[in-house]
Write a protein of this length. Structure first.
Length: 272
């Protein structure tokens, strides 16, 4: 006799540890109806055969109806006229080439060092130069990961300028240019650095937008204090301009205002 209980699928009956032991004279539980059986395979086979015959019959009828109809001509394939003239414009009517100020790509293809923001008057150092990829990667906390990421994003060259001002202020500006690729290296680099800056700032701030940039932002970090050491202040800016990633780092033992890092960011962006 089948005494299988009707248990929902996926549930496994388990005995409770605290359940009382049934008395030997306890009446047996009433029988429950067995689960309905599945449809026999033979019935399923007959239904499948009927369905196939119905599809084949319907297809044959459709072909027959279509064959009795007259052919309908297809519409002509139209080719819109090209926007460019078939022949070169006469001499003297050609459009004037873009000026160096208007052709942003031409400016970026030149000497990248000349696009670095010059050092302010009275600052020390400030000679702009090229930075090797090894030195650039070594400036990150995880050089191996930075090197692998930049190679993957097809970095092309890096121009850098540093200067010192006041007692302990140090400024560093980097222009990292990437080759055209589907990964948009400059965008990926800036986005990654901004995410790190938001996390390191520990203030929940998303930074402040840089005027004239779609995604550039600057950050002023909370002061770091440690017994026996001078206060440590820092501010950073990360901006994408086409295939160039702009990084501005400012360190000082005195407070760095938002206006100071904002001014650097806007003026360096204006150079591009």
């Amino acid at each position: 006799m089948n005494t299988e209980e009707n248990i929902p699928d996926g549930d496994v009956p388990t005995a409770r540890a605290d359940a009382p032991t049934p008395h030997v004279d306890a009446p047996a539980p009433p029988e429950r109806p067995a689960r309905p059986r599945r449809r026999p395979l033979r019935t399923l086979g007959l239904i499948a055969v009927a369905a196939v015959l119905g599809v084949v019959g319907g297809t044959a009828v459709g072909y027959g109806v279509q064959a009795e109809r007259p052919p309908v001509p297809l519409p002509a394939l139209n080719q819109p006229g090209l926007a460019y003239p078939a022949k070169p414009l006469p001499k003297g009517q050609e459009p004037e080439p873009l000026s160096a100020k208007e052709d942003l790509q031409l400016k970026a293809e030149g000497d990248l060092r000349k696009l670095l923001l010059p050092k302010p008057e009275g600052a020390r150092g400030g000679e702009g130069g090229w930075m090797s990829l090894a030195d650039y990667a070594d400036s990150f906390t995880q050089p191996d990961g930075a090197l692998e990421s930049d190679l993957e994003q097809k970095i092309r060259r890096i121009a850098v300028r540093t200067w010192s001002a006041g007692e302990n202020r140090r400024v560093k500006i980097e222009l990292a240019q990437y080759r055209p690729s589907s990964g948009m290296g400059a965008y990926e680099h800036v986005r990654g650095q901004q995410a790190i800056a938001i996390d390191e700032a520990r203030s929940g701030s998303l930074g402040e937008p840089v005027k004239g940039s779609e995604n550039g932002r600057y950050f002023v970090y909370p002061v770091e204090r440690k017994a026996g050491y001078l206060d440590f202040h820092q501010a950073r800016a990360f901006i994408q301009h086409g295939d160039i990633a702009i990084t501005i780092l400012v360190f000082d033992t005195r407070k760095i205002t938002k206006n100071e890092i904002r001014s650097l960011a806007e003026r360096q962006l204006g150079r591009l």
